[in-house]
Design a protein around this ligand. Structure first.
Ligand code: SAM
Length: 194
């Protein structure tokens, strides 16, 4: 597996999927990118050593919107005012679909990454965090998929190698924002345990 010079040995990317995702009644929809998801997930990703955070949307108007926001923070006024935010958003790229993300990661690492979904409900293909963490620490490239709306569409879930266990609290209420879920999951996978 190729290594990025100066990068720690963990090879991990994440993707936020805006299509295909489910709505409340299970129909396949596309969701809009939110500025909150862009910033918060980039900051969490950079903090935990994620190499690339792919914002996945097929909608040209959304691509233009995301690029404008990135331009502001990477080369515009925001870049000069807040270099830390520039560093976080520097891991972001924009992709049209899951296949494009997978192809880019495979080319970057020199091998197809293990693709893991995340979901608020327990799925039969669960891979425990400790197992995933060990495989990451052995240098196995991984790509984590996060959904929007009411979660990743079945056509995405059917293509992954496993699903990380849902983040569960107490009782039946379980409606985390994807931003919160990303931070918790990255900490479980990569957080400092000292
Ligand atoms: N009910 C949806 C589901 O079952 O995934 C939650 C949708 S939430 C707004 C969007 C994304 O955040 C999910 O696709 C998943 O990636 C992540 N997410 C939300 N809650 C989660 C949880 N409790 N455990 C793991 N991931 C979660």
């Amino acid at each position: 597996v190729s290594r990025i010079e100066g990068q720690n040995s963990i090879c991990i990317d994440l993707a936020l999927i805006h299509h295909p995702v489910c709505n409340r009644v299970g129909e396949i929809i596309g969701s809009a990118v939110t500025n909150l998801d862009l910033h918060d997930i980039a900051r969490a990703g950079r903090t935990f050593g994620v190499d690339t955070y792919s914002v996945v949307t097929p909608y040209e108007d959304q691509v233009v919107l995301v690029q404008e926001i990135l331009d502001h923070w990477l080369t515009g006024y925001g870049a000069s005012r807040n270099p830390d935010r520039k560093e976080a958003l520097s891991i972001v790229d924009i992709r049209r679909d899951f296949d494009e993300v997978l192809d880019a990661a495979t080319e970057k690492w020199g091998v197809r990454p293990t693709v893991l979904a995340t979901c608020a409900r327990l799925r039969p293909d669960t891979l425990q965090y400790e197992q995933a963490r060990q495989r990451l620490e052995q240098g196995e490239p991984m790509l984590l998929l996060f959904g929007t709306a009411w979660g990743l569409a079945p056509e995405i879930l059917s293509r992954v190698d496993g699903t990380l266990p849902p983040v569960l609290g107490h009782g039946t209420y379980n409606h985390l924002s994807v931003r919160s879920a990303v931070s918790i999951i990255l900490d479980r996978l990569l957080g400092n345990r000292d």
